[in-house]
Design a protein around this ligand. Structure first.
Ligand SMILES: Nc1ncnc2c1ncn2[C@@H]1O[C@H](COP(=O)(O)OS(=O)(=O)O)[C@@H](OP(=O)(O)O)[C@H]1O
Ligand SMILES: Nc1ncnc2c1ncn2[C@@H]1O[C@H](COP(=O)(O)OP(=O)(O)O)[C@@H](O)[C@H]1O
Length: 405
């Protein structure tokens, strides 16, 4: 008997899990095993011939055992998965519901198909929505419902940051469609438009739809750069000048006004957020991911975050870029490329001397690697450069990119 373990699926898997548990993905009752996945990919059918458009899968690390409690990011248990099949990282098995989370925006509108169906008549026109309905669409829906003598069921498909806005759009449309019902459904969009539509039809059918109307795709217009969130990420050796330039940048931005600025000071991060972490690769990566997480949260809300850690590994810097971009923010990488000889000559804290004497293990540039970026947006060698000039170069870059005006 293996020990019970816990796992938090990613956001799309969690959305699928909720639909599997609520019955919105019926006839599916669990994540698909290899035979079903292959059959869906080849024929758009489960292995037993039932039509199904999209492989609904869950990836788990290999070492989690046979009984895995699936939790949401806050740690609340949602289901226990009794693993009976593994295909690489993909796992299938019986899902045992533990309890649905009762929080989150519009949680009261996340009802199961069984609950919704018992309140609806035989004829239902379901409208799946990922964005607002304009007046032409509302008129169309109203006329179709009248023609079919059907009740209108608005199904805002909530996923990601835009979720609450889609529900608000559905409630607004509902006010113009007398007698309509709104039910929030956590269906993540699929890349393939045909599969996405078929999946919407299946879900709508499970909610009792006899007719399905797919609301238009939302038009997403990214805000201008000076309104978008931004992460300015300095990387470079110890003593290269990261903190000095980063602080100068913060001060210059505050003097100009117009943007909210958060400076994640390296020392403060190491003292608070990353207290107790060492300089092993693993701990450095964790430190950088934590910085990236906080910076992306700042940028998610339109703020400008400045970070200045050494961040010696390219892969981890890429992860932070990805974190920022995944919340709709931009990412500017500034490589403070002052060479090791100059950093060592400065040796402000006497650390290089200690590292050379073998008193500090794993010191970046001496006994631990620094991977030079090949994707820097700006490079600053501060060897013969006054601090003010370095700050101006960053400001100029941000102005040229439109992030500041
Ligand atoms: N082994 C080792 N290697 C590199 N640096 C060391 C080490 N031990 C302590 N220090 C001091 O810690 C500062 C770097 O911390 P960071 O959080 O920026 O490093 S990392 O990004 O997690 O690699 C760095 O400060 P800065 O000089 O401001 O860069 C060093 O003063
Ligand atoms: N153009 C410059 N930009 C930044 N720092 C400079 C520059 N010229 C000289 N320095 C000096 O180099 C040192 C850089 O230290 P620091 O900013 O703490 O580096 P880091 O944060 O990369 O470890 C400071 O003593 C600073 O005064």
């Amino acid at each position: 008997m293996t020990e019970a373990t816990e796992w938090t699926p990613d956001s799309r898997e969690l959305a699928d899990l909720e639909l599997l548990l609520s019955g919105a993905f019926a006839p599916l009752t669990g994540f698909l095993g290899a035979a079903d996945v292959a059959s869906v990919a080849e024929r758009g059918q489960l292995a037993d011939g039932t039509p199904w458009p999209d492989p609904i899968t869950l990836a788990l690390p290999d070492d989690l055992g046979e009984q895995v409690t699936l939790t949401d990011p806050e740690g609340a248990a949602l289901a226990v998965l009794h693993v009976t099949e593994r295909d690489g990282h993909h796992v299938a098995g019986r899902l045992e519901a533990v309890g649905a989370p009762v929080y989150g925006p519009f949680a009261r509108l996340r009802r199961t198909p069984a609950e919704v169906r018992k309140d609806l008549p035989d004829d239902v026109l379901a409208v799946t929505m990922r964005g607002p309905l304009d007046s032409a669409a509302i008129e169309d829906i109203s006329a179709t419902a009248e023609e079919l003598d059907a009740a209108v069921l608005l199904l805002p498909l909530v996923y990601g940051d835009a979720g609450p806005a889609v529900v608000r759009a559905a409630l607004k449309a509902s006010a113009e469609l007398p007698g309509s019902t709104v039910v929030a459904v956590p269906l993540a969009p699929r890349e393939d438009a045909v599969i996405d539509l078929e999946l919407r039809e299946h879900v709508a059918g499970n909610y009792g739809a006899t007719e399905h109307y797919a609301g238009p795709a939302p038009v997403s217009i990214p805000g201008p750069p000076h309104r978008r969130g931004l992460v300015v990420f300095f990387t470079g050796l110890s003593g290269s000048g990261k903190s000095t330039v980063a602080r100068g940048l913060r001060d210059a931005l505050l003097e100009r006004g117009g943007r909210t600025v958060t400076y994640l000071d390296g020392d403060v991060v190491r003292r608070l957020l990353s207290k107790g972490l060492t300089f092993s690769r693993e701990d450095r990566d964790l430190n950088i991911r934590r910085i990236g997480f906080v910076a992306a949260e700042v940028a998610r809300h339109g703020g400008l975050a400045i970070c200045a850690p050494i961040a010696p590994y390219a892969e981890t810097r890429d992860e932070v870029r990805e974190m920022a971009e995944s919340v709709g923010a931009d990412f500017v990488l500034v490589h403070v490329s002052t060479p090791l000889e100059e950093c060592e000559r400065r040796d402000r804290k006497g650390l290089y001397a200690k590292a050379r004497a073998g008193l500090i293990p794993e010191f970046t540039g001496i006994s631990s690697p620094y991977e030079e970026p090949d994707d820097a947006d700006l490079e600053l060698d501060t060897t013969d450069m006054p601090v003010e000039r370095a700050v101006t170069m960053v400001i100029n870059h941000l102005t040229t990119g439109g992030w500041i005006r």
